[in-house]
Ligand binder design. Structure first.
Ligand SMILES: NC(=O)C1=CN([C@@H]2O[C@H](COP(=O)(O)OP(=O)(O)OC[C@H]3O[C@@H](n4cnc5c(N)ncnc54)[C@H](O)[C@@H]3O)[C@@H](O)[C@H]2O)C=CC1
Ligand SMILES: O=C(O)[C@@H]1CCC=N1
Length: 262
């Protein structure tokens, strides 16, 4: 029988994962069940993904083999208290909340509950997510392998030590937001100098995608890749000089620190 995958909390992050799993990972909508609190949300999710959507968190929690908890931190405790008595011993709980440790989650479930802490990101929607994960000691290597396959169905996945999770939140969980800001600002610069808005997003989006692929696929140092673009006394070095004068790199390093601290 197919593994049943549940989502308690089906907002932006869960929907990105569901879209990625179905579109790029070959998962069937029949294998996926989520909960929604309102009729309107239920209709919208059913129409988008064709998955089963219910209103009862406990029923979903008790009927799934892998259960994602993708709710905001302020709703977390209430939801866990509700579903905890309904969890089967063999269910794998996958928790996506930032800053909540495996021990803290473990204390809210019966002893021996299998829990995996993850930090995904929204590019899961297009099959290019980055998911960092760490399991607790109750999860077997075989189960970890199964989860790794699930996470890689919507992008890349890395098993990491838990002590890195807060930093990773700042680096890959939140960073799509900073990258969108960069894209928007670069496009604004293009529009400022006469490029139509749609063309600007095309030019910038493809350049960011290409630059990211160069880093991942050539394995070359980003500094070397930057140097390859930079002609002596050319135009690129003028842009670099201006960015350095405005503290571009320092601003990004500090942003990672601010996100980590929160
Ligand atoms: N949005 C992102 O880029 C990322 C989010 N995360 C984490 O994922 C979690 C969810 O974030 P988002 O999807 O952005 O939030 P969201 O607000 O879009 O989704 C949360 C969903 O949970 C539902 N919900 C709240 N209480 C509920 C309850 N009692 N029963 C059933 N459903 C309930 C809400 O109606 C909402 O649809 C957060 O912990 C966040 O830190 C992690 C990585 C990236
Ligand atoms: O902003 C947040 O709190 C979450 C964590 C990673 C992305 N979104």
């Amino acid at each position: 029988m197919d593994t049943m995958i549940g989502f308690v909390g089906c907002g932006k992050m869960a929907q990105a994962i569901i879209h990625g799993m179905i579109t790029y990972g070959g998962y069937s909508p029949k294998q996926i069940v989520a909960t929604a609190r309102t009729h309107a949300t239920r209709e919208s999710i059913v129409n988008k993904f064709g998955i089963n959507v219910q209103t009862n968190n406990k029923e979903v929690a008790s009927s799934t083999d892998i259960l994602f908890l993708a709710i905001k931190p302020h709703d977390f405790l209430e939801v866990v208290k509700e579903i905890s008595p309904a969890i089967r011993k063999d269910t794998l709980i996958v928790t996506a909340g930032f800053g909540v440790t495996l021990n803290e989650v473990g204390d809210l479930f019966p002893e021996g509950t299998k829990i995996v802490r993850i930090m995904p990101n929204t590019p899961a929607y297009v099959g290019e997510g980055m998911t960092a994960y760490c399991p607790n000691a109750c999860v077997s290597e075989e189960e970890i392998e199964k989860l790794d396959q699930l996470f890689t169905s919507f992008g890349k996945a890395e098993r990491v030590p838990e002590r890195l999770m807060d930093t990773i939140t700042a680096v890959s969980g939140s960073s799509p937001a900073y990258v969108y800001m960069f894209i928007e600002a670069l496009a604004d610069g293009a529009v400022r100098h006469g490029v139509p808005r749609d063309l600007a997003y095309q030019l910038v989006g493809q350049s960011v995608l290409g630059a990211a692929k160069m880093v991942l696929e050539t394995g070359q140092h980003p500094g070397k890749l930057k140097d390859d673009v930079t002609t002596p006394n050319g135009s690129t070095i003028r842009a670099i000089e201006s960015l350095e004068a405005d503290g571009f790199r320092g601003a990004i390093i500090q942003a990672v620190g601010a996100c980590f601290k929160k």
